[in-house]
Structures are given as C-alpha cells and as structure tokens.
Design a protein around this ligand. Structure first.
Ligand SMILES: [Fe+2]
Length: 463
C-alpha cells in the first residue's frame, strides 16, 4: 500500500497508529525524546468537504482522511491514504473496514455522501435516543462540583491534588514498564497503592481527575494511554456501582493492559512503516505476553481479565481468543471500549486525536464490537460532551465543558470563553445549561476542535 508522500514529515520517526498502537516504546530514562513535531489532524478542522462513504463507494483517486476504524488492530500506518488502485481497496476491506471518511478537496468527490458534521449530528441524536431508551439510570453519585467554581471545594486545590495523584501513578507505571522491558520483577504493590489513590480521587472529584488526565501535556514516550485507561476504568467501574475491590482490580488491569508490549520486539513496536503480516501477528502476541508477565504476581481476576480480553470484541472479531460477547467478562468488555475511546481521542506524535464528543460518537457507531449496554452506560458516565470538550452554543459563543449531568446529557455545566462570530475571547463565565434560566436561553449546537480556534483548553481551565 503506497502512502501519500505528504502525509508524514519524517518517515523514520515514531508512527501513530490506530487503537492497536505502537505507542508503548520505552526509551531509557536518560534518552532524550526526539524533538516533538506538529501533530497532524486525521481530519482537518474544516468539515464541509469531509464526507463519509461506504467502502463500496470507494474508488481509486479518492483521498481517505480517516479510516473510521479505530477499534481494530491492523497494520496500516497512517489514518490517511490517497487510494491508487482496486488492490488497495481490497486490502482495506480485508481488514473489516466498511466505511471511511474522504477529503473531497484532495480527491474525487461523492456528491450525495453526508458530511462529517451531518454524520456527527445524526450520531448525537441516535446516542441520545439510545441512552434515554436503554440505559439504566444510576443512583446519584458523589458530589462532583465543577472545577474553578467559586464557593465549591474543587477549584485549583482539587486540580492540584488530582495532578499529584496522576503524576505519581505515571512515574510508578513508567518504572513498572521499564522493569518489565528489562525482565526485572515489577512493583505491583506500588501500582495497587496508586490505583487506590486514583479510585479515591475519582470518587472525590471525577471532573478534576478527568481534566488533569485528559489535558495534561503529553509526549510520545510516556504511558499516558495506559494511565488514561486505568483512570477511565476506575471512573467507569465506580459509575457502574462496583465495590471498591472490583474497581481497584479493574483499574489495575487498565494500567497494565498493554504491559505485554514491553516484550514485543522493539523493531516491530517502533517500525516506521506498515507491518508485514508476520510482524502484525507478533504484535498481537502482546496480550498473551502480558498475561504471562503478570502471572507470578497473583493479580485479582478482574485485572487479569482486562489484560487478557481488552482486544476481544463483542461480535467475536477480536483476539486472541475471538470469543463473542457472552464469553467475555464484564471487565474485558469495559476495557475494550475504554481502550479504543482513549486511543482515538488522544493526541500522539503526528496524530491528533478526535475531539472527545466525536470519539464518543465513534464508540457508539461501532457498538457491534462492544457490549451495547455498556456503551450506553459509558455515554452516560462521560457524557455526550465529555469534560474538557469545546462546544458551540446557540449564542455563537464557545465554551468548555467542566461538569456533566448524567441525566441531562446535552446540558452540562460549561465555561464560556470565546465569541465565534467576533473571533474574540470573552471574560470567563460559568453557566449551568441544565438550570431553568439557561434552558430557556442557551443550548449546545455542536462541538468544535480547539486547535481550529487556536484555543488552549488547559490555559482556560488552569489545568
Ligand atoms: Fe493492547
């Protein structure tokens, strides 16, 4: 498969893949990372010329700007491709991809295909219907005030505490990964301690944890993905009403879910090109490698299930066992969707993640691969506009979501920061869209890409 020569500025550098990413590279602590280059969005900010088409409509001469396939493992290197031949289309189809997004400014158009914005709006409506029809309402959770809200306990202090928990967990996880790579014994008790702190912090204030976790500065050589999966699983498990032991076990599994990659050959893990079939098969062994690696440590069953089953799919299309839904544990089913959600919504080198609302839409759209009931619960847990999302209001103002209400998914609490028409910053103002006053006057009309507006969410939330 030939790549567009313009789509990657440095073919010798660390690549970005889909959910089965080779992101677990583990440089020695002393090795400086390469100079960070500008991540490229998989889909450019302008949306009108981005259209979604079924694979059956794909023709040579079209330009794929998003394979719409973040859930699956496959050897393609980039999320963009100028299609040259029917052979390439057959290869894409062979990996189970049934629809793609095309950039009609860079390739042949399909006149009647829906635009990206239309797809996002339709998915949002479907999500709302599905969640309200099928999801079981959860009991009221712990007090979870918005960060920075005057008179409430969150604000800078909660952000600081959350950051402390996350940073310590990141350092411990980094050490565990390094030890695993070197074949040394790994410090599970240290991770278990971090898991308890993460869990307590999520219960105390999940908004602060989410903001810190999602918005902190990243580089390609830390283990943000595993950390995020651990934190998200703690939050999801708590939301589902699991007891603390189960929550801790599932979160620990999240931190360790890809530890098997530490023993995958470095030349495959960091290969800057498309993997061969053999290399790809070798990459998939990271699941069994992970299970074997932690087997001496007597981990709780749910931790092992997360490690062993995070690539299983509800329709039986996953690996290594290819078990269908009923044969996958709940912890494994939770891990599968959390793993993919974080992978597609996280920035990496050369790859800008989807905005969180769009990533949530993709999870919903791909739910045949996931437990549909859990997908609905996950949407309720994080919201259709997850915390930290940039949204456009009816008044043409842009705002950041700072707290979501599980029962009013499209009316979170937001911080207004920018006027889209005037293209100017506004004095920050927090409004609760679920309050009766604002229900009559304001609403969210869609989400926005912060990069397209040159808006630094972290700066506005002091994360
Ligand atoms: Fe994995």
């Amino acid at each position: 498969m030939r790549r567009d020569p313009n789509e990657h500025p440095n073919p010798n550098s660390s690549p970005a893949l889909f959910s089965e990413s080779r992101t677990m590279s583990m440089p020695a602590r002393s090795a400086p990372p390469p100079a960070p280059l500008q991540a490229q969005p998989d889909i450019p900010p302008a949306q009108g010329h981005i259209k979604k088409i079924p694979l059956t409509a794909l023709r040579p001469g079209m330009y794929i700007c998003d394979f719409n396939a973040g859930w699956m493992s496959h050897p393609f290197l980039f999320n963009r491709l100028h299609v040259r031949s029917e052979l390439e289309i057959a290869e894409i189809a062979a990996h189970g991809i049934d629809a793609v997004f095309i950039d009609t400014q860079r390739g042949i158009d399909v006149a009647d295909a829906p635009t990206r914005a239309a797809v996002a709006a339709a998915t949002r409506d479907e999500m709302l219907d599905s969640v309200s029809l099928h999801a079981t309402p959860q009991p009221p959770g712990p007090t979870d005030p918005a960060p920075g809200t005057a008179g409430q306990a969150t604000s800078a202090e909660e952000i600081r505490r959350a950051r402390q928990v996350i940073n310590q967990a990141a350092e411990r996880l980094r050490q565990v990964m390094e030890d695993a790579r070197l074949g040394k014994s790994i410090d599970i008790p240290a991770l278990q301690d971090s898991v308890q702190q993460i869990s307590a912090a999520v219960i105390r204030n999940s908004s602060a944890m989410t903001l810190v976790c999602r918005l902190r500065k990243r580089d390609a050589y830390t283990f943000d993905h595993s950390l995020n999966v651990g934190v998200l699983l703690a939050r999801f498990s708590h939301y589902l009403g699991h007891d603390l032991n189960q929550t801790h076990a599932i979160a620990l599994g999240g931190l360790l879910h890809d530890i098997g990659k530490m023993t995958v050959a470095t030349e495959i893990l960091q290969k800057p090109g498309k993997l061969t079939e053999d290399e790809y098969a070798h990459m998939k062994t990271h699941v069994d490698r992970g299970v074997a690696l932690v087997s001496p440590y007597g981990l709780p069953e749910a931790s092992l299930q997360v490690i062993a089953e995070h690539h299983e799919r509800f329709d039986g299309s996953g690996y290594p066992a290819a078990h269908p839904g009923p044969h996958i544990s709940e912890a494994g089913r939770m891990a599968a969707l959390v793993d993919v959600y974080d992978a597609i919504s996280t920035d990496r080198v050369y790859h800008r993640g989807l905005p969180a609302p769009e990533a949530m839409g993709r999870i919903f759209e791909w739910q045949r691969h996931f437990d549909p009931g859990l997908v609905n619960q996950f949407v309720r847990c994080l919201g259709i506009y997850p915390i930290g999302s940039l949204v456009r209001l009816k008044s043409e103002r842009l705002a950041v979501v700072v707290q979501h209400h599980p029962d009013t998914l499209v009316r979170p609490r937001v911080r207004v920061i920018f006027h889209a028409q005037r293209r100017s910053h506004l004095p920050p103002e927090e409004i609760d869209l679920s309050a009766p006053y604002w229900q009559e006057r304001e609403s969210i009309v869609g989400h926005e890409d912060p990069a397209a507006w040159d808006i630094d969410i972290c700066r506005h939330l002091a994360v």
